[in-house]
Design a protein around this ligand. Structure first.
Ligand SMILES: [Zn+2]
Ligand SMILES: [Zn+2]
Length: 278
């Protein structure tokens, strides 16, 4: 079974993905998907972290590409999103420019990097110490509490820094899951990790993420979840649903209702005029 909704897909603009919004929309529509959110890595107003994101001067073209994808696949709801790191000096850019003036449908929060001892380290590979995990958990909680994001991406990427679950990873997961539940910001089960190199754990090779023990903690906290493919190639736009859904069902996790992000559903249910696709 494929995704009926997937809120996480990238485009060539981030420099580590292939294809444009229309290519993802075609595959999604052909696979019977109902809602596709395009959510490329947000450009930074000061040009930081430029190697894996678009430039500010590509924003207009990105939005036009998402509108063109919607025009090409009218039977699919194509949403305009961005995947964003919380940067205090740019919350105005996210809120007033992207969600405000430019009318983005939603933003995803993500902590790809963690600030520790005066520098940014990779959250995918460098969270091997209790202090680094603590810094990541604190940053994730601030991201959840910002009020900017529809959900929080791949909270369990800590699995790339740890061969096995331990008291520190459990504490990190508990902090993130408690905040998610209290703030009612869902956590994302992200199938991209199934398509990345595996790590050797005690029970054999496993994906660095999604990491099952994290989701056991999430279930205990009654966290709501969002299942996404995080596609970086059009052919992956509906990949990995069955694996995620099996864990969801086994653990009794409940999916969040994100239908309010869809055009025509927001604003107390009153129909909204769709953005021009011209
Ligand atoms: Zn990416
Ligand atoms: Zn991400």
């Amino acid at each position: 079974m494929p995704f009926s909704a997937n809120y996480h897909a990238h485009t060539w603009r981030c420099q580590h993905a292939e294809g444009d919004a229309v290519d993802y929309a075609r595959v999604a529509a052909a696979g019977g998907c109902r809602v596709l959110g395009i959510s490329d890595h947000v450009p930074m107003p000061d040009g930081r972290w430029a190697e894996f994101r678009m430039r500010m001067d590509q924003l207009d073209g990105y939005e036009a590409a998402v509108a063109a994808a919607q025009a090409a696949e009218p039977g699919l709801q194509v949403l305009l999103g961005m995947e964003c790191e919380l940067v205090p000096e740019f919350t105005g850019f996210y809120r007033d420019e992207l969600l405000g003036r430019r009318g983005y449908d939603y933003l995803i929060g993500a902590c790809h990097g963690t600030y520790l001892d005066g520098r940014w380290i990779s959250s995918f590979e460098r969270l091997g110490t209790p202090r680094a995990l603590r810094a990541y958990a604190d940053y994730a909680v601030r991201t959840l509490a910002s009020g900017l994001f529809a959900f929080f991406a791949h909270p369990d990427i800590i699995g790339g820094s740890h061969a096995d679950w331990n008291a520190d990873t459990a504490a990190c997961a508990a902090d993130i899951c408690a905040a998610s539940a209290a703030l009612r910001v869902p956590l994302e089960m992200n199938s991209y990790g199934f398509r990345k190199p595996f790590i050797d754990g005690a029970a054999g090779p496993r994906a660095t993420y999604p990491w099952k023990p994290f989701w056991e903690v999430a279930a205990a906290h009654r966290v709501q979840v969002v299942l996404n493919s995080d596609a970086h190639r059009p052919q992956d736009v509906l990949a990995g649903y069955d694996e995620l859904a099996a864990w969801r069902d086994e653990l009794g996790l409940v999916e969040a209702d994100l239908s309010a992000l869809e055009r025509g559903v927001r604003k107390s249910g009153s129909p909204e005029v769709r953005k021009s696709t011209a």
